[in-house]
Design a protein around this ligand. Structure first.
Ligand code: MF3
Ligand code: CO
Ligand code: CO
Length: 314
């Protein structure tokens, strides 16, 4: 049996703040995602912004779930065939790369977890389409969220959309419950069947963060104990939001001035929460700010519940 926590009103207030701050780190870093910058520099800039400007704590730094070594940096930078958990370092971003930046901040004990995709210079047609489809997958999943729906409803629409486009869904990592704990129940699978798994109730908070591969779904882990790549070296994309189940539907918590708007077909469906998200982003459209370089598409990762044989424990 799983038990999914129902957040109190105070918890929800704290999570709104943490979510906004998490999204604002992505806004802040956007103009720096350009050819020539290293992922280590992006990490340093985000880390300083969190600590010195926001008064937040980077949740990844020294994060150490069972079976892992402590994560050494403040953010995750996952380039091209990296599925998730890329560790920032000396790697220089070059024209045509696609990179996911995954940011989780802690404010007053609450976690705000989100990620976006960025194009470095001009992306290939494939990279652009993969990022767009993955963004639509995330939003389709979010759009299913309301009391009485089931987690399987979310996974189902994500998997359908990805596979219809000829892509595959990574199975080993999932979305997750989140609050004062970074990764808690439930696991939010990005594949599945409608009407299965836990029923959603108002006050639940979890992430939706599909990792979609252009090729096969299999992954491999690098020797650093964190970085995950596609086994066939195909491109992988991910986007992530933290979302609250409300009495009538959902509220995206990781929203800032620069949050990309939901896809038009989500807006057309008329969810009040989706419209609210779009209205907030309208004041600062990501595309015009980021010019031809950086952009959207992104990834998330939620990983922690990966059943792993025991390895190096912290
Ligand atoms: N932010 C990731 C997620 O979406 C988790 C990163 S764990 C880290 O769940 F240690 F790699 F940072
Ligand atoms: Co994340
Ligand atoms: Co997450």
């Amino acid at each position: 049996m799983t038990s999914i926590s129902i957040k109190s009103d105070d918890d929800i207030k704290g999570m709104r703040i943490a979510g906004r701050l998490g999204a604002e780190v992505l806004d802040y870093i956007t103009p720096f995602v350009k050819p020539g910058v290293t992922t280590g520099e992006l990490d340093r800039l985000c880390h300083e912004y969190m600590v010195n400007v926001q008064g937040t704590i980077p949740a990844p730094l020294n994060y150490c779930p069972p079976g892992y070594t402590p994560y050494p940096k403040a953010i995750c930078t996952s380039i091209n065939d990296v599925v998730c958990h890329g560790i920032p370092g000396d790697k220089v971003l070059k024209n045509g790369d696609v990179v996911n930046l995954d940011i989780t901040v802690i404010k007053d004990g609450y976690h705000g977890d989100n990620s976006r995709m960025f194009f470095v210079g001009e992306p290939s047609i494939l990279a652009r389409r993969l990022s767009e489809i993955t963004y639509e997958c995330m939003w389709l999943g979010i759009s299913k969220i309301k009391p009485g729906a089931h987690l399987g409803d979310i996974g189902y629409v994500i998997q359908q959309h990805a596979e219809k486009a000829g892509y595959s869904v990574v199975r080993e990592f999932c979305g997750h419950g989140i609050g004062k704990v970074f990764h808690e129940e439930p696991q939010v699978l990005h594949y599945g069947r409608p009407g299965t798994l836990e029923e959603l109730k108002p006050g639940m908070i979890f992430t939706v963060e599909p990792m979609i591969n252009a090729g096969r779904r299999e992954i491999r882990e690098m020797g650093d104990g964190w970085t995950i790549k596609t086994k066939d070296r195909s491109l992988s994309a991910q986007w992530e939001h933290t979302v609250l189940v409300t009495d009538t539907g959902y509220e995206v918590l990781t929203v800032s001035a620069g949050t990309p708007p939901p896809p038009a077909f989500i807006l057309a469906a008329g969810s009040p929460a989706a419209v609210a998200t779009a209205a907030q982003s309208a004041s600062c459209p990501l595309r015009s700010r980021s010019r031809s370089d950086s952009n959207r598409n992104n990834r998330p990762q939620s990983r922690p519940f990966r059943p792993m044989a025991s390895r190096k424990n912290c």
